[in-house]
Design a protein around this ligand. Structure first.
Ligand SMILES: [Zn+2]
Length: 245
């Protein structure tokens, strides 16, 4: 059943009220609306809990899409109570974890600005993220860190602009990823725009991001690995480079 994905319009929504629409045989829960982000585009789905009217909690281990992008399944940890269809619940995402993912995800966009090569893969993590680029030449990681931190310090606004799937199809040049599919299939696609009038970057992306680059905080490139002749993997971590052993 199609869900109202509240996080698409408000990345900072950490709690909401919703009604259970489907309970799957394996325990997966669908809701009429949700602030839980479902795994996609290299960003892991949210964890957290659903609170019942009597205060008991249903702890969630992950959130994922169903057969299509407009289905979101909240997956409880083992041994959790099962809600009933029609039951009203209060949703609570693990905000500390999600906020780290938002900061990291935004950092990945900044890295794609500093390294303007085609992206061949990306995975956002709460402690470390990686972005793979189709690039042959070597690049100094401290130089990349310096450029990243300059973009963070400049505190550029990060905003969303919506375009239709058809508009995106007509402008394939705006997609930087070679292997990561843009978030089509819902009729509209969000463009993540960094800087006034996208002066820094714009890229189709369905993930969650912070609203200004300063929120990313201190980050650095921990490692750059050579993956084949034409591929380099960048690992982003939080904190100052000096904290790296
Ligand atoms: Zn993104």
């Amino acid at each position: 059943m199609a869900v109202d994905a509240l996080y698409r319009d408000d990345f900072y929504l950490s709690t909401a009220e919703a009604v259970v629409t489907v309970v799957h045989g394996d325990g997966g829960i669908e809701l009429d609306r949700t602030c839980f982000y479902a795994t996609s585009g290299g960003q892991p789905g949210d964890t957290g809990f659903l609170e019942r009217a009597d205060g008991t909690k249903i702890a969630l281990g992950q959130t994922k899409h169903g057969a299509t992008k407009d289905i979101i399944i909240h997956v409880p940890l083992e041994g959790q109570p099962q809600p009933l269809v029609g039951e009203a619940l209060t949703l609570h995402i693990d905000w500390a974890r999600r906020y780290k993912l938002m900061r990291m995800h935004t950092a990945c966009h900044l890295l794609s600005v500093v390294c303007s090569y085609p992206i061949t893969g990306a995975a956002v993590g709460e402690d470390e993220s990686r972005v793979d680029f189709d690039m042959g030449e070597a690049i100094d990681k401290d130089e990349v860190t310096g450029k990243l931190m300059a973009l963070v310090a400049e505190n550029h606004p990060v905003t969303l602009q919506w375009i239709t799937d058809a508009e995106l199809a007509a402008n394939p040049g705006i997609v930087k990823s070679k292997n990561v599919r843009p978030p089509v299939g819902l009729g509209r696609v969000s463009l993540v725009c960094i800087g006034e009038n996208s002066s820094v970057d714009s890229q189709p992306c369905g993930g969650t991001h912070v609203s200004e680059t300063q929120e990313v905080g201190a980050i650095h490139i921990a490692r750059i690995e050579k993956k084949g002749k034409e591929n380099r993997r960048f690992r982003i971590r939080f904190g100052e480079p000096a904290t790296e052993a």
